[in-house]
Design a protein around this ligand. Structure first.
Ligand SMILES: [Zn+2]
Ligand SMILES: [Zn+2]
Length: 135
């Protein structure tokens, strides 16, 4: 266990996991998050500024929740973030659908490469040769 200073209240606490907040503040933050989630649900046209002011949460914190995909906004909401790759407006996460798909297909092609079909084609022939040799 590691002793840390809480980022929110400045008190020392025994850190479990990677949270920068003491248990009391983490609890408070979780409550805030639930409150914000409900607020967003009820106020679909609220901007980040509105949400921040009405819930006493910093815009920075709100953005972080959105990046973590904990908080998301409906399509008619004015809230938007920029895709970290192309700058397109997105509602949650870090990338737009296009960039997400591209990243996924890049990943998929990287994953496929080591499994070249060469060996599979080679094997039957080897077996035949071996059979012929045996005969
Ligand atoms: Zn604290
Ligand atoms: Zn993008």
């Amino acid at each position: 266990m590691e002793v840390r200073t809480c980022k929110s209240c400045g008190r020392m606490f025994n850190c479990i996991g990677r949270t920068p907040l003491c248990p009391a503040c983490a609890d408070e933050m979780e409550k805030k998050f639930q409150q914000v989630k409900e607020y967003v649900w009820e106020h679909r046209s609220a901007t980040l500024q509105d949400i921040s002011e009405n819930n006493d949460v910093s815009v920075k914190q709100l953005r972080q929740w959105v990046r973590e995909e904990r908080l998301s906004f409906s399509d008619d909401s004015p809230v938007g973030l920029e895709c970290e790759k192309c700058g397109a407006t997105i509602k949650t996460g870090r990338y737009c659908e296009k960039c997400k798909n591209r990243l996924n297909s890049d990943l998929a092609s990287v994953m496929k490469k080591p499994e070249a079909p060469k060996d599979k084609i080679k094997d039957p022939r080897d077996n035949k040769n071996r059979m012929r040799y045996l005969q």
